[in-house]
Design a protein around this ligand. Structure first.
Ligand code: NAD
Length: 258
């Protein structure tokens, strides 16, 4: 369906597990060249790379801890050295970073959550921009930046997850500014906003709590990581979504109707 993704150079941050890994496999199956990333190398990264390569295409793993600006720059440089440019960037690295109510929030907690979810996407996008511009200019098609937002960014987040939710709302809003600045360079910015997806993200919850949450979702269950992947493909494909930018695509089983 997304034939124009063949040979596109796609960098996906936070993709050794969960939603990012499922997206990486889907891009590989569509014939894209895929860079996966995680904050540490080792068995998990090796296994992820094997799975992405088995899905059908050229792929490489890049270790980088994206809470640090210098690592964001290094990731982009290493990806470009390997693949020669960037056509699609997916800012997916992120996570809860722990829970703390307002009265417990200190500088260390604030920085940890914001660096993981906000700084990472901001800085990787910043360093990727010249390459995305080049891609659009050379191909005559739009280049794409897709960030993983969250239902929390719309409804405020669970207990102790206020900074996480705010960091996702920050992303939801920041791209509106990027649309104004970079649409003339033929770069599109969109967000995939998951609801409750069955990944390691929910490891801090008991089975009982998970069942309660599932019952509150109109579709009656958590989403699966592979159910997110086609939305990234759609928003990356110029043929499918070349006139779509600045949007937030909710994938949440009806959990919160936009
Ligand atoms: P996950 O924990 O399975 O995957 C997280 C990925 O990010 C892993 O590959 C991990 O290695 C990587 N990562 C973590 N810290 C990193 C760092 N400092 N630098 C680089 N990479 C790092 O979780 P997931 O559920 O697949 O989450 C992916 C994205 O989806 C996150 O941005 C998360 O906030 C968002 N999200 C998830 C849900 C959900 O219900 N699972 C809901 C809304 C949004």
């Amino acid at each position: 369906m997304f034939n124009d993704l063949k040979d596109k150079r796609v960098l996906i941050t936070g993709s050794t597990a969960g939603i990012g890994l499922a997206a990486a496999k889907a891009f590989a199956a569509a014939g894209a060249k895929v860079g996966i990333n995680g904050n540490s190398s080792g068995e998990k990264a090796d296994k992820a790379l094997k799975e992405v390569t088995a899905a059908g295409s050229e792929a490489a793993f890049f270790q980088a801890n994206l809470t640090k600006t210098a690592e964001c720059e290094r990731l982009v440089n290493e990806f470009v050295s390997r693949f020669g440019g960037i056509d699609v960037l997916i800012n997916n690295a992120g996570g809860l970073g722990g829970r703390a109510g307002l009265e417990k929030i200190d500088d260390e907690f604030y920085d940890r959550v914001m660096d993981l979810n906000a700084r990472s996407a901001l800085m990787v996008t910043r360093f990727a921009l010249p390459h995305l511009r080049n891609s659009a200019a050379a191909s005559g098609q739009t280049a794409a930046v897709i960030s993983t937002g969250s239902i929390a960014g719309r409804e405020g987040g669970g207990m102790g997850a206020g900074i996480y939710a705010a960091s996702k709302a920050w992303l939801h809003n920041l791209q509106r500014n990027w649309v104004k600045e970079f649409s003339s360079a033929n770069i599109r910015f969109n967000i995939v906003s998951p609801g409750t997806i069955d990944t390691a993200f929910h490891d801090d919850k008991s089975d009982e709590l998970k069942e309660k949450i599932a019952a509150s979702i109109p579709m009656g269950r958590f989403g699966r990581e592979e159910e997110l992947a086609p939305s990234y493909l759609f928003l990356a494909s110029h043929a499918a979504s070349g006139y779509i930018t600045g949007q937030i695509l909710d994938v949440n089983g009806g959990q919160m109707a936009p």
